[in-house]
Design a protein around this ligand. Sequence first.
Ligand SMILES: [Zn+2]
Length: 189
Amino acid sequence: MGALRGITELTASFRGADVLVLCYHQIRSRERFVDQMAALSERGYSVLSLPQFTEWLNGASLPSRPAALLTFDHCYDEQLETALPVLDSLKFPATFFPASSDLACELPDVAAHWRKTLLELTKAGHAIGCHTHSHPDLTRLPTEEVRLEVLGSKLALEDALGQRVSTFCPRSRVRRGVHRGSRRGEVWG
Ligand SMILES: [Zn+2]
């Protein structure tokens, strides 16, 4: 499926949805990503910032319709090198979900690099959310370790950013039971 056809079918399928949430992992083709973002723009989507999205979840009206939220798991290099300039050129805010372990890397240069990268993202109007500390399969961990992975990630990110971090995106294929178990952690509002 071509990128443009893909996004056309996606927007058509979810025409009734209040907010189209697109969750990106690796960006393998800059061209495809550019086409997808251009399609959103041409179709009149307003891309929500994370605060706008959470305000809407809490009952506020959407700034305009149709609306979309863009999220990126991991802060992969190609997301930063390929997707970020496209987002910034269109003034599309995004939410990045990095695992926080790199902030605690024993190599100070690596830790400093990640701290700087995340701070620059927030300064550019993007948001940062938790994606656990070391990206384990939460379904295989005892409850206390799940708690450490989730809250440890929140605290590490808040320390690096100097601001509150209130969203959590678990690694994929998380079972419903773990979702329920960490629900208190998800609702940090
Ligand atoms: Zn992940």
